[in-house]
Design a binder for this molecule. Structure first.
Ligand code: IMP
Ligand code: MG
Length: 177
């Protein structure tokens, strides 16, 4: 599995530094508000688990599963595979995403959560890959920006594989082309 990676983009300690920094910022911004962290399955699970441990205020978690990707390329459409189990009406929502590429996924979720009357909505993403952005999204909390290239690990997959790598790595093109 490790041999399929050409370069480590974020090591375990890089990721820890990021969750600590973002956790501190979110703690400052949300103390007293009991936000709901909405993790987008499945890629954000590891990030969500580590991030919330670095947030020092009451919070709740929930998950949504939306799909726009088949293999490597975005189909440009978003489908809800699993919806939230709690109501976001009047609540402060923080969407937790693994990576933003075209912005398609987040754009439709932002509209949906706003339509459901959330009191506020912000996005936290571990990775931002702006090179292929098609739709603008306001992202308040960004782990780090990365250049083009397909990354896997720490929750991120290629065809459901590599999610269990403990770091984020660049997948050698011969494995996804
Ligand atoms: P967007 O709708 O194009 O912004 O796509 C975001 C989603 O695409 C992410 O939540 C990932 O599931 C997937 N994705 C985009 N780039 C990568 C990548 O480099 N590796 C793994 N998944 C990716
Ligand atoms: Mg995703």
């Amino acid at each position: 599995m490790h041999n399929d990676i050409s370069e480590i983009v974020l090591s375990k300690t890089d990721i820890q530094d990021i969750t600590k920094r973002l956790g501190r910022q979110i703690t400052e911004d949300y103390t007293g508000k009991t936000p709901i962290f909405v993790g987008l399955l499945k890629g954000s699970v590891m990030f969500m688990a580590d991030l919330i441990k670095d947030v020092d205020t009451h919070l709740e978690i929930d998950f949504m599963d939306v799909s726009s990707y088949i293999g490597r390329k975005s189909s440009g459409e978003v489908q809800i595979l699993k919806d939230l189990s709690s109501s976001v009406d009047g609540r402060h929502v923080i969407i937790v995403e693994d990576i933003i590429e075209t912005g398609t996924t987040l754009n439709s979720i932002v509209d949906l959560i706003a339509y459901r009357n959330a009191a506020s909505l912000e996005i936290v993403t571990l990775l931002d890959k702006p090179v292929n952005r098609k739709l603008h999204v306001d992202v308040k909390y960004v782990g780090t920006e990365i250049p083009d290239g397909f990354v896997v690990g720490y929750g991120l997959d290629f065809d459901e594989k590599y999610r269990n790598l403990p770091y984020i790595g660049l997948l050698k093109p011969e494995f996804y082309e």
